[in-house]
Design a protein around this ligand. Structure first.
Ligand code: HSE
Length: 395
């Protein structure tokens, strides 16, 4: 039976205000906001001051508040709040992918020990209901892969670069102004944010809990005009993709830029939209697309979790219970394009094979096959003169 819930919200930034807005315009949801904990007392806010406090204990110690909604971007503080709330047997809704990815193991344990729900649909691709679908619809499906665009800010930047010839800096600034980017935008640009989301997906798709250091992320920070021209000449764009795929009994995952032919499904995903392609053994492929960043779209996913709590919904972590025993491994061969400046830092012996070598006075590149494990160990990955992009030939 649907029950009435009382909310204590942490954070009233872009997502907090988005939630307030969607909650306000949604009829029939049995949830009311009692208090909102904020950091800066004197900031002007669009709703009555009586809602606000700067003391987290006002929310955490209030027995009437049965659901804590955590929407702040200070990871250590979010972790303390979520941990305390779960220990006090309050259900928690969070949108904090970094915090969840960094503390997954412990958060799983806390939920089990305290028998409370911890829901986080909004942490992954905002408006796309991917976690609930993986949990409920794909519960018995043997998934082969989940691949897609999991970061709205970088997709916004890449869309503007490719469709409107905008500069990287200008597009990033806009993504920040529109509230899509993280407060430290390097998390978006360097692929960390998409990786955290991928780690959450790995738990619900394959039952694998990892530490952020286990999964390779390489962002779009080294992208230059040469790479963009190369893609355009070949009728392709570049997208920052995150993927996890099962090969036999092993699963690998990564977050990297990829050349995507203009006719490809992922090229339908533009601006702050996210898109996911799921491949199952029996269901074959499905494509999910929706807004991946922004106040209202993220707020709508938070609202859906709140609504699920009115009937005591919990993730059952079905893929973990099925003891699929997949082994995570970065031992996988990729085909990559490596643009460099002709100086002798790239050792061809690190590659399994090289199919193209191109040299010019401006830039040079090679296309070759390399083991992901080997790629991760390459010192030149951090060089600004080098950029690595997955070719379109990787499945
Ligand atoms: N910075 C994130 C993005 C926000 O751009 O996708 C949504 O998680």
């Amino acid at each position: 039976m649907e029950k009435k819930i009382t909310l204590g919200i942490f954070g009233f930034g872009c997502v907090g205000q988005g939630l307030y807005n969607v909650l306000h315009h949604t009829k029939g949801i049995n949830a009311t906001i009692k208090k909102i904990c904020i950091k800066h007392k004197y900031k002007k806010r669009p709703i009555d001051a009586s809602f606000f406090t700067t003391d987290r204990n006002v929310l955490l110690n209030d027995p009437e508040i049965d659901v804590i909604v955590e929407l702040i971007d200070d990871v250590p503080a979010a972790y303390e709040i979520v941990k305390t709330a779960l220990k006090k047997k309050k259900a928690v809704v969070s949108a904090n992918k970094k915090m969840i990815a960094e503390h997954f193991e412990e958060l799983l344990q806390l939920q089990a020990e305290n028998k409370v729900s911890f829901l986080y649909e909004a942490s992954c691709c905002a408006s796309i209901p991917i976690i609930r679908n993986l949990e409920e619809y794909y519960d018995n499906e043997l998934l082969n892969s989940v691949e897609g665009i999991l970061n709205g800010s970088t997709n916004y930047i890449l869309t503007h670069i490719f469709q409107h010839n905008k500069s990287f800096e200008k597009a990033l600034k806009e993504a920040q102004e529109l509230g899509f980017a993280e407060s430290d935008p390097r998390l978006d640009v360097e692929g960390y944010d998409a990786k955290y989301k991928l780690m959450i997906i790995l738990v619900h798709a394959f039952g694998i809990v990892l530490h952020p250091g286990d999964v390779f992320n390489y962002g779009i920070q080294h992208l230059n005009d040469f790479d963009i021209r190369y893609a355009k000449e070949k009728n392709m764009t570049i997208k920052l993709i995150a993927k996890c795929r099962k090969v036999g009994n092993r699963v690998y995952a990564l977050c990297m830029p990829k050349f995507v032919p203009v006719s490809d499904t992922l090229n339908k995903v533009n601006y702050e939209y996210n898109g996911l392609i799921l491949e199952g053994a029996f269901s074959e492929t499905q494509f999910f697309m929706g807004k991946g960043a922004g106040g209202n779209s993220t707020g709508s996913a938070v609202l859906s979790d709140i609504s699920a709590l009115t009937y005591d919904y919990k993730y059952e972590y079905k893929k973990m219970d099925q003891h699929l025993n997949y082994k995570y491994s970065n031992d996988h061969i990729l085909e990559v394009f490596v643009r460099h400046n002709g100086k002798d830092v790239i050792n061809p012996n690190d590659f399994e094979s090289i199919s193209v070598r191109y040299a010019s006075s401006e830039y040079s590149y090679i296309i070759g096959k390399i083991n992901l494990q080997q790629l991760i160990s390459m010192k030149w990955l951090t060089s600004r003169e080098i950029n690595v992009i997955l070719t379109e030939n990787n499945t």
